[in-house]
Each structure stands twice: as structure tokens, then as C-alpha cells.
Design a protein around this ligand. Structure first.
Ligand code: HEC
Ligand code: HEC
Length: 384
């Protein structure tokens, strides 16, 4: 993996290790880890997102509502003051008409869960946005275990030590090189490469193999596989006749970008709008072919405006999946109460690409005269 990708793995790994609930009383209660799952299971049905199902005029999913006095004058959550918080009174109430969760929900909280609520309010009742919408923050790397080499070993070592499990012995060199080669190039090592590695007794023998494989032209091919999938790369147009489109230079651009270790910001700009850069190079224009990887049609009878709408919507789905790591597709037709992405966001993102010049139907039909497509028929290439 190129060095700039490593911190991401660490963060993902760190959040995995934090999945257990606040164990020691010294570990601050965290909304997303400790409180949200309980509220989601036992409160949100009546005090959450769905306005139609909401009871007692109380929302607990948003802090600004939970801290306001309700109709009764009671305040659900008073940060730092559990005894003044109506939530705590209700969780511990002995009156079956008052106790929460309301009895018709058939849900109860354990004493430990009630304690967590109390402690969370005592500590200030901080809310956290859904983890997918918060920026990554640096993590503290635990102490390195004996024999550990990098930060991932430190996280694993900490958990193994807590469970009193000894790490497995290191795999033999043959296996290490096979795994590394398949990871970085998708190809097994040749017998000569293996022999060279076995014969290399230097302390950085493994690192040398990493460097050799990162320098291989097959490294870019291997990495490009995933990007080409998410960029919906194909040599054919996808609809109806599924004609060829000669867009392989874009594929080569992606392979070269990985081999040259092109920074991700440049990789992004060039694909989304390389043709708009000042004095755009041929490479940058080829990169912007990303915008033209949507399916296209030349089927007789197809309606150009309908297909332009399809192409535009597809572009939103592709860009959101590739760059935001998020599905926008559901917002094409309606809002959803649990989804922060609204239909208005879908069409604002689509509008961003509205000046990408493209035809709805790539043929010169009498029902849809298009001067730019004069004479274009089934044997014509799809234009750039
Ligand atoms: C099945 C529906 C239901 C569930 C689940 C539920 N509640 Fe309620 N809750 C109500 C109703 C109905 C009221 C209004 C009547 C009342 O005050 O008892 C209410 C009122 C409240 C109030 C008082 C609001 C005010 O302004 O007086 C609080 C606080 C409260 N609920 C907290 C919770 C908490 C915390 C949970 C989850 C642990 C929860 N509720 C789960 C139905 C529910
Ligand atoms: C192509 C348009 C379109 C897309 C895309 C779409 N929906 Fe819908 N959705 C509708 C329509 C139309 C209805 C209403 C259907 C009905 O009432 O029979 C609906 C209804 C719903 C309902 C029921 C709402 C209710 O109150 O009963 C839910 C839930 C829903 N969609 C979720 C989703 C999710 C999740 C996605 C993405 C995976 C999605 N929709 C994508 C058109 C769409």
C-alpha cells in the first residue's frame, strides 16, 4: 500500500478495537458507542426521527430538542445534572405509567444501561454525529509489544495481551512473499524471485521486496482493478446494442496514476474536470473521460431527454460512491427520514455536472434531428 493510505487503515482498526462498551468507570461514556445503540433500540421508535410516531412531543435523537423543556415543563436532559433530568426520573420510575421505555414497547433497560445513561448526562450529555459524517481524528497508538514492528502490531498486541493470547509465529518466508506479491501485483512470485528472497539474510529483506513490487508496472494494474470498478469502466456502452467505445486510454491513465503514485487530490481534479484545468494536457483530458463512463444508447426510439436524465443521475450515483463513500441513489426520487442526504442534494450534485456536453441518443434519427450528429449511424464510433 502506498504510505499515504496507511493512516486510514489505522483509524479503521482503532475504531474496531473500541467496539466494546465503556468498561471501566474511568473511560468516558461515548454517545455513539454507548448511548445511541440503547436509544435506537428502546427510545427512538417513540422519540426519534419519525414525526408520525413521535410521543410526548419529545425527540431524543437531536440534542437541541432533548435539552428543551417539553409541554409538561420537564426537561428531558439537563447536562451535568442527572437528578434534574426527566429521562433519569423516567428510567428509574417505579410508577408503571411513567416508567420509560413505555410498557407497550415491551422493552426494558438493565441496571448497567441505566447507569450508563446517568453517567453520560453527568459527564455533559455530549452527542456525536453518525461516525460516517465526522472527520477522522488521530488515534493514540498503544505500547509496542515485544517483536512488534508497526502500529497495527501495537493495537493487536494490546488486545492479545488483555486476552492472554500469545501471537502466532511469523509465517515462513515462502508464504510471506506469496502473500505480498498477490497483494501488490495480483501475481505469484517467480521461482527466481523466491530464491532471491530466501537467499537474502539482511534485516530489511522483506522491505526490499515491498519496494521491488511497488516499482513493478503490475502494481498499478493491480490497484487499478478496484478504481476501474467503482468508476464503472467498460469497453462497451452498456445499453441495447452494447457497442464498443474506445476509452482504454482512461484505463491506462488510472494504471499510470497508481504507478506514478499520483496524489489523490490531483487524481480527483483530473477525473472530475481535467479538461477544465488551465492549459489542460492530453493526460488531464483523458482523465476527465471518467465523466463519460456512464452507459449510453443509440437505440432507435429512445428519447434524448430521458436518457440525458438517466446519464445525469448515474453520474451522481458514481461520484457519491467513489468519492464520498456514500449511496445517494435513494434520494433520486424522495427524501427519507433517516437519510441526511435529501433529494435536493441529489439534484444539486447533478447540476454540478450539467455542463458536461453529451447527447441523449448517439445517432442521427429523423425523430430527433441533432446537427452535431449528422450522419452518425450504427457503425460510427461513440465520439469523445
Ligand atoms: C412505545 C413508545 C415509547 C417508548 C419506546 C419510549 N417512550 Fe418515552 N414517552 C412515551 C409517551 C407516550 C410519553 C408521553 C406520556 C408521558 O409523559 O408518560 C413519553 C414521555 C417521555 C418523557 C417525558 C417527556 C416530557 O416532556 O414530559 C421522557 C423523558 C421519555 N419519554 C423518555 C424516554 C426514554 C429515555 C426512552 C427510551 C429509554 C423512551 N422514553 C421510550 C412513549 C415512549
Ligand atoms: C426511481 C425512484 C425511487 C428510488 C430511486 C427509490 N425510491 Fe423509495 N419510493 C419510490 C416511490 C414512487 C415510492 C412510493 C411507492 C408507493 O407508495 O407505492 C417509494 C416508497 C418508499 C418507501 C416507503 C415510504 C412510506 O412511507 O411508506 C421507502 C421506505 C423507500 N421508498 C425507501 C427507499 C430506499 C431505501 C431507496 C434506495 C435504496 C429508495 N426508496 C429509492 C420511488 C423511489
Amino acid at each position: 500500500m502506498p504510505p499515504r493510505l496507511r493512516p486510514l487503515c489505522l483509524v479503521a482498526f482503532a475504531s474496531l478495537t473500541a467496539l466494546g462498551a465503556a468498561e471501566a468507570a474511568t473511560d468516558p461514556v461515548r454517545f455513539n458507542r454507548d448511548i445511541r445503540p440503547i436509544m435506537s433500540d428502546t427510545c427512538f421508535h417513540c422519540h426519534g426521527f419519525d414525526a408520525k410516531a413521535r410521543k410526548g412531543d419529545l425527540r431524543l435523537d437531536l440534542r437541541e430538542f432533548a435539552l428543551k423543556a417539553g409541554k409538561s415543563g420537564a426537561v428531558a436532559i439537563v447536562p451535568g445534572k442527572p437528578d434534574e433530568s426527566e429521562v433519569i426520573k423516567r428510567l428509574y420510575s417505579k410508577d408503571e405509567d411513567d416508567v420509560m421505555p413505555a410498557k407497550e414497547s415491551h422493552k426494558t433497560l438493565t441496571d448497567a444501561q441505566k447507569q450508563l445513561f446517568r453517567r453520560w448526562i453527568q459527564e455533559g450529555a455530549a452527542y456525536e454525529a453518525h461516525w460516517a459524517y465526522t472527520p477522522l481524528s488521530p488515534v493514540t497508538v498503544p505500547a509496542m509489544p515485544a517483536g512488534g514492528r508497526n502500529a497495527i502490531d501495537a493495537f493487536i498486541g494490546e488486545k492479545l495481551a488483555a486476552k492472554k493470547i500469545a501471537p502466532s509465529p511469523e509465517a515462513p518466508k515462502e508464504k510471506l512473499l506469496r502473500r505480498l506479491s498477490l497483494d501488490l501485483t495480483g501475481l505469484p512470485p517467480t521461482p527466481e524471485e523466491l530464491a532471491a528472497f530466501l537467499a537474502d539474510a539482511s534485516p530489511n529483506a522483506y522491505e526490499k521486496q515491498v519496494d521491488r513490487l511497488l516499482a513493478s508496472p503490475h502494481y498499478g494494474e493491480r490497484m487499478a482493478v478496484w478504481w476501474l470498478d467503482i468508476a464503472r469502466f467498460a469497453d462497451t456502452v452498456g445499453f441495447h446494442g452494447d457497442q464498443n467505445q474506445r476509452i482504454f486510454p482512461y484505463r491506462d491513465y488510472v494504471i499510470n496514476a497508481f504507478n506514478a503514485n499520483k496524489p489523490f487530490d490531483a487524481f480527483t481534479r483530473e477525473q472530475l474536470a481535467g479538461d477544465l484545468l488551465p492549459n489542460a494536457t492530453e493526460e488531464q483530458k483523458v482523465a476527465s473521460g471518467y465523466n463519460r463512463l456512464n452507459m449510453m444508447t443509440r437505440e432507435g426510439g429512445a428519447q434524448p431527454k430521458e436518457y440525458l436524465a438517466k446519464y445525469g443521475a448515474e453520474r451522481v450515483r458514481s461520484v457519491s460512491a467513489a468519492w464520498l463513500g456514500s449511496t445517494f441513489g435513494c434520494a433520486e426520487c424522495h427524501d427519507h427520514k433517516f437519510d441526511p442526504i435529501k433529494s435536493a442534494d441529489f439534484y444539486s450534485l447533478q447540476a454540478f455536472f450539467a455542463d458536461v456536453k453529451q447527447w441523449g441518443v448517439y445517432a442521427d434519427y429523423s425523430y430527433t434531428p441533432e446537427p452535431d450528429l449528422k450522419g452518425v449511424n450504427n457503425d460510427s464510433p461513440f465520439p469523445p
